[in-house]
Design a protein around this ligand. Sequence first.
Ligand code: SF4
Length: 383
Amino acid sequence: FCPTGAIVENSAVKVVLEELEKKEKILVVQTAPSVRVAIGEEFGYAPGTISTGQMVAALRRLGFDYVFDTNFGADLTIMEEGSEFLERLEKGDLEDLPMFTSCCPGWVNLVEKVYPELRTRLSSAKSPQGMLSALVKTYFAEKLGVKPEDIFHVSIMPCTAKKDEALRKQLMVNGVPAVDVVLTTRELGKLIRMKKIPFANLPEEEYDAPLGISTGAAVLFGVTGGVMEAALRTAYELKTGKTLPKIVFEDVRGLKGVKEAEIDLDGKKIRIAVVHGTANVRNLVEKILRREVKYHFVEVMACPGGCIGGGGQPYSRDPEILRKRAEAIYTIDERMVLRKSHENPAIKKLYEEYLEHPLSHKAHELLHTYYEDRSRKKRLAVK
Ligand code: SF4
């Protein structure tokens, strides 16, 4: 066991290097929302520098055939999770306990191991990584006319919990892993340096279509409160049929450990909460279980600040690092023409030609998951 994780890091990088050199498979990569505001630090850029275009260019120089954006998966997650939330709300399923977001594998592991009674409260929607990777090995493979196993799919993520998520049997598609290797932001930095790619001199390049097209809502997944804000932008407009009077939900922004708000959704008051950092999460969950606080929808991120503070992000001694990366995320959102997931034209087309509609049979098959009881009590009972 290597206490620094260096051996694990080296082996993941080595596997990717080998595949890039062999060039036997179609090489596909996706990058998580928070990676673009942190990867620059690996090359000496100031914290909070947005390096999306250079990162995409570097991935192409490494030899990837297609560079896709996990943000596309985030827009899709909002369509499915937002629809699930509205469906549960209609059924009155949220009067007693809330629905929890499910895109953070650190949180999902905590539920499965410590709070298994909350499994039914987790959204069944896969994470953006899970959704996009399922599409890469089905929809995209079909478009190319190749078998899923002919594609080698790498995802660049802010934490090692995403490596664990990629290994879940629930994420397999047609008997093959949807993601073949997960690299952290730091590992990507290492790979780029090993291949002597001059990151600072690269031109800015765009993601490949269609699985690289996304909205401002999607990038918000990289910061605490972002999933909730993205979900509210879509749920409000889908439910009311009206345009949001104000697109920014200030109440869910900022680095406070727990944020709460009340939203008027077509005359119904919706109570929401946003929590990040494991200690805050445990505290809030205990309060919810004791019925001391009541919400309809809760966003949970295990890391402080959300994915911008993930364990696989570049190391930093800057005490303002989370604030600077968060500001960069909000800047990206502001600069986007489309800022609501349901307005993403590539997502609309995907539903038209492949998935039919949110929560359809096909969407359930590919984009939703289930959770297991992995608690100590359960393990002892099995023995
Ligand atoms: Fe990973 Fe942390 Fe983001 Fe959860 S909050 S997905 S553990 S980086």
